[in-house]
Design a protein around this ligand. Structure first.
Ligand SMILES: [Zn+2]
Length: 325
């Protein structure tokens, strides 16, 4: 059993590493949902000396020396008045429990180089930063990206089309015209590692990098359970029937707003009928071969070089858990 797998299994049992199964899942903040609707309380948090602010340019966080570029909240004055600020939460633990954390969107600048504090750090693609940030930083930065992106895309009321306004320090938007409330959305996705005897099914979408294979996934549709979605997607994309669909763990995925729910399932057979719009290629990979790849060896299936998803993805975590059995 690898160290990573031990961490996953400790997490599954609610052990001391329970916060770190997947990237973005650490939940280090108290979101203070009963307090954030009070503007006076929010203003008091912003006035605290220990309050901090993270700037993002169109979803890319400011990164300084491999860590999130937290600024003192006083740095708010270096940004434009109209740049939206959201409350993220209060630190649950650490050196200063209760420290308030905020994020600001400076995406109105034409380029990241023209945004404030570029002499201090660099606005960095979150997928690139994901490999270096701590689990806590990654979860907070993911939340900031998710929330600011949602606000940027939901300026108009979905019911009447009027301009909406931010409320509750960013926890919702309200329409002054028709009174509708709008809340940040999560788009549920079922991601499935299907197995048959001692092999698992990995596929690649038409736009995946060469050699990159992953577990199959699809969006949950209206009034559908994630388990039913798993069964439907595997049938639609690969032409296989699965059963014994077992939930494993989940991952918030802020690109822009997916909630990935990971499952194992058993396939009735190995014959595949691929939907070329969704799946360019799919392979049954023996467990021993997957273990070699996870140990850093190059692997081939029928002459095709096969790579697995990066560590910060739930697909990788599903593959690791299955390989460790
Ligand atoms: Zn409205």
């Amino acid at each position: 059993m690898t160290r990573d797998t031990a961490t996953i299994d400790a997490a599954a049992k609610g052990g001391p590493d329970a916060r770190t199964v997947c990237a973005f899942d650490a939940a280090p903040l108290d979101r203070a949902s009963e307090l954030r609707s009070d503007p006076e309380w929010v203003a008091a948090q912003q006035a605290r000396e220990d309050a901090v602010l993270l700037p993002l340019w169109r979803g890319d966080p400011l990164i300084v020396d491999g860590a999130a570029g937290w600024l003192s909240f006083a740095a708010r004055s270096e940004f434009r008045e109209a740049d939206p600020v959201v409350f993220l939460g209060l630190d649950k633990q650490g050196r200063k429990p209760g420290r308030p954390r905020f994020a600001i969107d400076c995406g109105s600048r034409p380029s990241p180089e023209t945004a404030p504090f570029t002499d201090f750090g660099a606005y960095t693609n979150l997928r690139e930063a994901a490999g270096v940030l701590s689990p806590d930083d990654l979860a907070i930065v993911g939340q900031a990206r998710w929330l600011l992106d949602w606000h940027a895309r939901h300026g108009a009321c979905a019911r009447c089309g009027a301009e909406t306004v931010m409320r509750d320090a960013g926890a919702k938007r309200e329409c002054p015209s028709c009174g509708a409330e709008h809340f940040p959305r999560s788009d549920p996705v079922a991601i499935v590692l299907a197995t048959n005897a001692d092999a698992c099914l990995l596929g690649r979408g038409p736009h995946f990098p060469p050699g990159f294979y992953s577990a199959l996934a699809g969006y949950v549709e209206a009034c559908e359970t994630p388990e039913a979605c798993a069964i439907r997607e595997l049938k639609e994309e690969a032409g296989i029937d699965i059963s014994n669909v077992r939930y494993q763990f989940s991952q918030p995925w802020p690109f822009p707003s997916s909630l990935m729910m990971g499952f194992f399932a058993e396939a009735a057979g190995r014959e595949l009928t691929l939907d070329p719009r969704e799946i360019a290629d799919a392979l049954w990979v023996p467990r021993a071969t997957i273990r070699k790849r996870l140990n850093g060896e190059d692997i081939e299936i029928d002459g095709t070089s096969v790579n697995v998803p990066p560590r910060f993805t739930i697909a990788r975590r599903l593959i690791e858990r299955w390989a460790a059995d």
